[in-house]
Design a protein around this ligand. Structure first.
Ligand code: ADP
Ligand code: MG
Length: 253
């Protein structure tokens, strides 16, 4: 299957902190990996670097062998590479005043010409794809509602439908269940796991709660103050090991 994401010696400092320190990480195609760590440990920063939203100070990131960024320089074709990367946010990032359908269709904009995306004209075939994606995540009955009127769980499902329409091969999900009730959280994690197993998407998902990492992700990468302090089977993350890795911060997990 090969390597989906390769990160070598990635470091990023903000004015008052070292957000990432010499992070090295390889993720194989088809893996589902949890990224855990206390608040401020660098989870969002790492995911944003992989997606090419932020340039590091040093280090290199490739996705399916193509450079996203190298030593602080973003690759010239990062926009095209981003077409293959779905990003899921804690706060869903839908346009609230637009319909769920239109929000899902925006997953296609990466592939269309800029002027066409400006007009947001979509073909019947594209609308059919969006509807199928909404069926896949179970909210087709809400297709014509304004996104803002949906519950958090439904909005996150719409965000996953957008990734399906985008045909993302890599999905980066940044605390996708942190704002959801437990039932919606399970639902969204089940859908992510389905996208991983049935569609072969490579998934990296940051999670605040270790229990979800244990349940859904065979492998966990643990960050602490910008460094990877554990990378291995999720099943080995006992409360004792978490205590050793995080000290008092372990309570947050
Ligand atoms: P996490 O997602 O694990 O909670 P973050 O990646 O958001 O952690 O943050 C890691 C560290 O980097 C934190 O100390 C945070 O304050 C800092 N940080 C993140 N983004 C910025 C930014 N744009 N400007 C300054 N500091 C930032
Ligand atoms: Mg975060």
């Amino acid at each position: 299957m090969g390597t989906a994401i390769q990160i070598s010696s990635l470091s990023k400092a903000f004015s008052h902190c070292k957000a990432l320190q010499e992070v090295c990480l390889d993720v194989d195609a088809g893996e589902m990996v949890a990224l855990i760590g206390a608040s401020g440990s660098g989870k969002s920063t790492l995911l944003r670097h992989i997606a090419g939203f932020v340039a590091a100070d040093v280090g290199e990131i490739t996705v399916f062998g193509q450079a996203i960024q190298q030593d602080g320089r973003m690759s010239a074709n990062v926009r095209r590479l981003r077409a293959g990367i779905g990003f899921v946010f804690q706060q869903f990032n839908l346009v609230g005043r637009l319909s769920v359908m239109t929000n899902v269709l925006t997953g296609l904009l990466y592939r269309t010409s800029p002027w066409r995306s400006l007009l947001m004209r979509f073909s019947t075939d594209e609308r059919q794809q969006a509807l199928e994606a909404l069926v896949a995540v179970g909210i087709e009955q809400s297709a014509w509602q304004r996104a803002a009127t949906l519950s958090g769980g439904q909005q996150q499902r719409a965000a996953l439908a957008r990734c399906l329409v985008q045909r993302a091969r890599v999905i980066l999900a940044d605390e996708p269940i942190a704002s959801l009730d437990p039932e919606s959280a399970r639902n969204v994690m089940d859908l992510l796991a389905g996208m991983n197993r049935q569609r072969g998407c490579t998934v990296v998902v940051s999670l605040h709660q270790v229990e979800y990492a244990l349940k859904y992700c065979p492998r966990t990468v643990a960050l602490h103050r910008g460094r990877i302090v554990y990378d291995g089977p999720s099943a080995a993350l006992t409360p004792q090991l978490l205590g050793e890795l995080y000290g008092a911060d372990a309570q947050q997990l």
